[in-house]
Design a protein around this ligand. Structure first.
Ligand code: GMT
Length: 378
């Protein structure tokens, strides 16, 4: 294959709010901008995927309900659609994000096709596909099989690579390709956003963005914020990619009603990130944590738990503060340190921004995926 021929790449990811789908969508957009033909295959259009962009296509997987099935099946219709798109568009590569069930479907799709039409399968592990489902006896062996059968496997951090080797005992090589972020230009100014949020002069904006799943430990985040003194010094803005209602009672009980502002399903996260002074992430496990990177990009340092791949994203004391997992008191102390010291916040934020641009930009990361595709295509 000519080294610089444009490739035809199928991408499957979860279309809903979540780091793996966000990363896959950004990768697809970047690949299309670089001249490759990109075909997304999923049950819904990924929520950040722009309409009408050149070389960017979407193929929905249609699921029919059958009474016989107590549990609806997605894997088989997905694999049939993958095979169809691979054949009709002569895909070079099927790149699946999040192993379950995408990698299994891709392996099946590949084996349904005659040899000359088979795409190479690249599987990117994002986190709980290894750390949660990989431990599950009902999933682990199928994940392991799909990883062994993939033409290449990548993980979004060295920590996740090592966890995958440890938990799934896959003896194959796993490439580490960290996540990247390519922000859209904010649509409003920092002042406009702060006005919308009712932030007074000198009041710091703490930001948390995630899908609020249990691993994010929103309970711990709120408990830690409730300990921070003085309360008048900050407001916590939660950009919720999931329903916040289950946490409303805790907010009330902690007396945080006037400190916590929630915005659900925000598409323009950049507007809020540019207005933020400090990020807060209290996850109990995290293979990378895109939210930290998104904040870093806007010069906003974070206080976060030192779990999983987070220490690969931000170094403690250099790009933010890392604290032990599960320790509300330590989280609150770290928050107070940075809330009281805008100069330190600025220094950490500037270093964080430099690191994000150097290591975790599209320019740094997308060529690594392109090189990987070319390697597996031979
Ligand atoms: O939310 C998702 O879409 C997947 C989720 C997961 O549980 O695997 O997020 C993971 O992928 C993100 C993108 O690579 C990472 O930034 C997150 O750290 C990671 N989440 C966990 O490991 C818990």
């Amino acid at each position: 294959m000519a080294a610089d021929r444009a490739l035809k790449i199928g991408i499957t990811c979860y279309p809903s709010v979540g780091g793996s789908g966000i990363l896959a969508t950004a990768l697809g957009e970047e690949l299309a901008q670089r001249g490759h033909e990109v075909h997304f295959i999923s049950y819904e259009r990924p929520f950040r995927l722009p309409e009408g962009a050149p070389r960017l296509h979407f193929h929905p997987v249609v699921i029919n309900g059958y009474e016989l099935f107590k549990y609806p099946d997605y894997t088989l219709p997905l694999s049939v659609k993958m095979a169809e798109v691979a054949r009709d568009h002569a895909l070079d590569v099927l790149h699946v994000h999040y192993a379950v069930p995408h990698a299994t479907a891709a392996i099946l799709a590949r084996s349904m096709l005659p040899e000359a039409q088979r795409p190479r399968v690249v599987t990117t592990l994002h986190g709980t596909d290894t750390t949660l489902l990989g431990r599950d006896a009902g999933y682990g062996p199928a994940i392991r099989h799909a990883l062994i059968q993939s033409d290449a496997v990548t993980a979004v951090s060295a920590w996740l690579r090592d966890e995958t080797h440890r938990l799934l005992a896959v003896e194959r090589s796993i490439d580490v390709i960290h996540n990247f972020y390519a922000p859209k230009p904010p649509r409003r100014t920092r002042e406009e956003v702060r006005r919308e949020l009712g932030l007074r002069d000198g009041e710091a904006m703490i930001v948390h963005l995630s899908n609020l799943r249990p691993v994010k430990r929103i309970d711990l985040l709120l408990a830690a914020v409730a300990r921070v003194e003085p309360r008048a010094a900050f407001k916590l803005v939660i950009l919720a990619g999931g329903e916040f209602a289950p946490f409303a009672a805790q907010v009330k009980q902690l007396g945080l009603d006037d400190r916590v502002i929630v915005r659900e399903n925000v598409l323009e996260v950049e507007d809020y990130l540019q207005a933020a002074d400090l990020g807060l992430f209290t996850s109990e496990t995290e293979s990378f944590c895109l939210g930290i990177l998104e904040a870093m990009w806007f010069g906003c340092p974070s206080v976060s738990t030192a779990v999983g791949g987070i220490p690969e994203v931000a170094l403690n004391g250099e790009h933010g503060l890392l604290v032990p997992s599960g320790d509300a008191a330590a989280i609150a102390r770290a928050m107070e340190t940075l809330l009281r010291d805008p100069a330190q916040r600025r220094t950490l934020g500037q270093a964080a921004q430099r690191r994000a641009r150097e290591l975790f930009s599209a320019k740094a990361i997308v060529p690594r995926y392109e090189a990987l595709y070319r390697r597996v295509c031979g």
